[in-house]
Design a binder for this molecule. Structure first.
Ligand SMILES: NC(=O)c1ccc[n+]([C@@H]2O[C@H](COP(=O)([O-])OP(=O)(O)OC[C@H]3O[C@@H](n4cnc5c(N)ncnc54)[C@H](OP(=O)(O)O)[C@@H]3O)[C@@H](O)[C@H]2O)c1
Length: 569
C-alpha cells in the first residue's frame, strides 16, 4: 500500500458462492482502477467464490485522527427512573399480571398486554438455540396472524437472556437469540411486541406489573429493580496497556478509582531467584483489599492484585515440581499485570477442565476462610460459626468449608443476596442483614441464648461489638478485616470467656499456604466444594470492576481477564 493511507472495501457487486467448507483459500485479486475483481479457490484450485467487483475507497491516517474522539457508544442498562432499589425484599404493588406458556390460554377479549413466558427447552448448545428460536418464531407468527390479538401487545418473558451488568453472568445464548428475533419482529410491527428479561428472583416477580406498565420495548428486572437499555458513552475510557509484558495496574495517588493507571514495570522480566517462576497471567482475582488499596487508602501500598491463574513461562533455580507450560493458580504478587514473578510453593497446577477465570477466584478466598476457621479458630464438627458478608468471596468459601466440616452456619449478607446464601446451604432463618446489628438478637434467639462458637469477622465498629456479644463461652473471634482491629488485652478484659485473634493470610507462610491450596483444589475437583459465582471484567476496565466491588454489588468473586502476551501460551 501507499504510505499514510489504506484502501477500505466500499461496495460489492456480483458476489457468488460456489462451494462451502474449504479449510484454506487462495484469493486472486485483479485490480482495475478503483476496484478489484476477486476469485477465491480452495487448496486444490476448485472455485469457492467470485466477486465481479469490489470498489475500494482510500482512507488516510489523517481521516482517522479527524474523526470525533467521542463517537463511541455502548448499551448501558440504566435503572428506570423511580424504580425500587436493588433489594430482594420487595412485595408486589398490586395484582401480579397473568402469564401464559402459549397463546391457547389467553382469555377473550385479549388484554392490552399478553405475557408469555419462554422457558428454556431440553436441548443444549446449538440445538437449544434452534429450538428456542423456532418456538419463538411460531409464537410470533400466530400472534400476528390471529385477529383476536390485533389490539394487544405480546410481552415475552425470558430469564437470563441479557447481561445488564457484569454481575449477571453469561447470557443464555438460546434466549439471547430469541431477543434478536423478537426485536426484528417488533421493528416490522411496531407496538406489537415487548421483551422483559428477569433474574427469576421473588423481588423481580413482584415488580413484573411495573415493568409491563412501563411500556418499554425492552426491559430487564434484576432483584426487583427495573432496568432499561440506553445508548451511553463508555465511561470512563478503558485503560490502554502498551504492547508486551512490562506493565501493571497501579495507584497514581489521587483518592479515586479513576486514577488507576497502567504503568511500566520491569518486575515481571527481572531475573528469577531461587524457588521463583515467571507466569503469564490469564486471569486475576480481585479482593476487597484491592478496592481499599485502589482508593489510595493504604499508605505505602500501590501494587494491586495478589492472586490469579496463568501459564508458567520460566522457572528459576530450585523449582522442582513446576515446568514451563504448566497451567497454575495461586498467589501472584502484583497480579493485575500480564506477567508476574511468583513463589512456586504458593502455586498449584490447575485441574485440566478448569478455566483460568474459575481458577483465579479460588486461592485467596478459600485459603483465608480455611486458615481463619481451621488453623486459627480450630473449628470442630458439631460447633457453630457466624460468617459475616457470607455472599462475598471469603464468605462463600467459609460457608462451604464450615458445612463440609459438619459445622452449623449462621450468616449475614445484604438482603438482596440472601437467596444466594440460602442456595449455598444456610437455612433461611439463620441468614441476617449485614447492614444492621439485628443479627445479634437473631443469633441469640436461634441458639437459645447460647451464641456461636466462632465468628469470622470483616465488619467494623458496632458490628464487632455485636459479634463479640454473640460468642458462646469458650468462643473464638477471628478478625480478618483491617479497619477495626481491637487490642486483644482489652477484648479479653471485656469478654473474659472468649479469644480474639486478628490475622493476615500471609502469616501462614508459603509452605502452609501451598498445603491449604492443594487441599482446596482437591475438594473443588472432587465436587465437595463448588466454585463461587464470578463477575468477569477485562483488565482495561479495572476502575469499573473495583467500583462494582466497592459498592458491594457483586456476589462471590470478581475476576479480571488479561490480554495474552509473549505469543501463545
Ligand atoms: N486478613 C486477610 O488476610 C484477608 C484476606 C482476604 C480477605 N480479607 C478481608 O475479608 C473481607 C472479605 O474480603 P473479600 O475480598 O472476600 O470481599 P467480599 O466479601 O467479596 O466483599 C466485601 C463485602 O463486604 C460487605 N460489606 C458490608 N458493609 C459494606 C460496606 N459498607 N461497603 C461495602 N461492602 C460492605 C459486602 O457484602 P454485603 O453486601 O453482603 O454486606 C461486600 O460484598 C474483607 O474485609 C477483606 O479485607 C482479609
Amino acid at each position: 500500500g501507499t504510505a499514510g493511507w489504506a484502501a477500505l472495501p466500499f461496495a460489492w457487486r456480483g458476489v457468488r458462492l460456489h462451494a462451502s467448507g474449504a479449510r484454506e483459500l487462495r484469493v486472486r485479486l485483479t485490480p482495475s482502477g478503483d476496484r478489484v475483481a476477486l476469485s477465491v479457490a480452495d487448496g486444490t484450485g476448485t472455485p469457492v467464490a467470485s466477486v465481479e467487483s469490489l470498489v475500494l475507497r482510500p482512507f488516510s491516517a489523517g481521516q482517522l485522527s479527524a474523526a470525533p474522539a467521542d463517537a463511541l457508544f455502548e448499551v448501558e442498562w440504566i435503572v428506570a427512573p423511580g424504580s425500587a432499589s436493588d433489594e430482594a425484599t420487595r412485595t408486589p404493588d398490586g395484582a401480579l399480571p397473568e402469564t401464559h406458556r402459549d397463546l391457547s390460554t389467553v382469555p377473550e377479549p385479549a388484554p392490552e398486554d399478553v405475557l408469555v413466558t419462554l422457558e428454556p427447552g431440553e436441548a443444549t448448545g446449538p440445538a437449544a438455540v434452534r429450538e428456542a428460536t423456532v418456538r419463538a418464531l411460531t409464537l410470533v407468527r400466530r400472534w400476528l396472524e390471529d385477529e383476536r390479538f390485533d389490539a394487544s401487545r405480546l410481552v415475552l418473558l425470558t430469564r437470563g437472556a441479557m447481561v445488564t451488568s457484569p454481575g449477571d453472568g453469561a447470557p443464555d445464548p438460546a434466549l439471547a437469540a430469541v431477543w434478536g428475533l423478537v426485536r426484528t419482529a417488533e421493528t416490522e410491527n411496531p407496538g406489537r411486541f415487548a421483551l422483559i428479561d428477569t433474574d427469576a428472583t421473588d423481588a423481580s416477580h413482584a415488580a413484573l406489573a411495573e415493568a409491563v406498565r412501563n411500556g418499554e420495548r425492552e426491559s430487564a428486572l434484576r432483584r426487583g429493580q427495573l432496568r432499561l437499555p440506553r445508548l451511553a458513552r463508555p465511561t470512563p475510557a478503558p485503560l490502554v496497556p502498551p504492547e508486551g509484558a512490562s506493565w501493571r495496574v497501579d495507584v497514581t495517588g489521587s483518592r479515586s478509582l479513576d486514577a488507576l493507571a497502567v504503568v511500566e514495570s520491569a518486575e515481571a522480566v527481572r531475573e528469577l531467584g531461587a524457588g521463583e517462576v515467571r507466569v503469564a497471567v490469564r486471569a486475576a482475582g480481585v479482593n476487597f483489599h484491592d478496592v481499599v488499596v485502589g482508593l489510595g487508602l493504604v499508605d505505602g501500598e500501590s501494587v494491586l492484585g495478589s492472586e490469579g491463574a496463568g501459564v508458567v513461562v520460566d522457572t528459576g533455580p530450585e523449582v522442582a515440581d513446576l515446568r514451563v507450560g504448566d497451567r497454575v493458580t495461586g498467589l501472584f504478587p502484583g497480579a493485575f499485570a500480564p506477567m508476574v514473578v511468583a513463589e512456586a510453593r504458593a502455586l498449584v497446577r490447575m485441574p485440566e477442565e478448569w478455566s483460568f477465570v474459575a481458577a483465579a477466584g479460588v486461592p485467596v478466598a478459600f485459603m483465608t476462610a480455611y486458615y481463619g476457621l481451621a488453623d486459627l479458630a480450630g473449628l470442630r464438627r458439631g460447633e457453630s460459626v457466624l460468617v459475616h458478608s457470607a455472599a462475598g468471596g471469603v464468605g462463600m468459601a467459609a460457608v462451604q468449608l464450615a458445612r463440609e466440616w459438619g459445622v452449623e452456619v449462621f450468616a449475614t449478607a445484604s438482603p438482596s443476596k440472601w437467596d444466594q446464601v440460602v442456595a449455598g446451604g444456610v437455612r433461611r432463618e439463620r441468614v441476617f442483614s449485614s447492614r444492621t446489628t439485628d443479627f445479634a438478637a437473631g443469633v441469640l434467639a436461634a441458639t437459645g441464648g447460647r451464641g456461636v462458637d466462632v465468628v469470622l469477622n470483616s465488619l467494623a465498629g458496632e458490628f464487632v461489638d455485636a459479634s463479640l456479644d454473640v460468642l458462646a463461652c469458650g468462643g473464638r473471634f477471628v478478625e480478618m478485616g483491617k479497619t477495626d482491629i481491637r487490642d486483644g488485652e482489652r477484648v479479653r478484659a471485656a469478654y473474659p470467656d472468649v479469644s480474639y485473634r486478628a490475622f493476615d493470610l500471609a502469616e501462614a507462610g508459603p509452605a502452609r499456604l501451598g498445603e491449604m491450596l492443594r487441599d482446596v483444589v482437591r475438594l473443588l475437583e472432587s465436587g465437595v466444594l463448588r466454585h463461587p459465582p464470578v463477575s468477569v471484567w477485562d483488565v482495561r476496565r479495572v476502575p469499573e470492576a473495583l467500583r462494582f466491588m466497592s459498592q458491594a454489588r457483586h456476589v462471590g468473586k470478581v475476576v479480571l481477564t488479561m490480554p495474552v502476551v509473549g505469543g501463545r501460551v
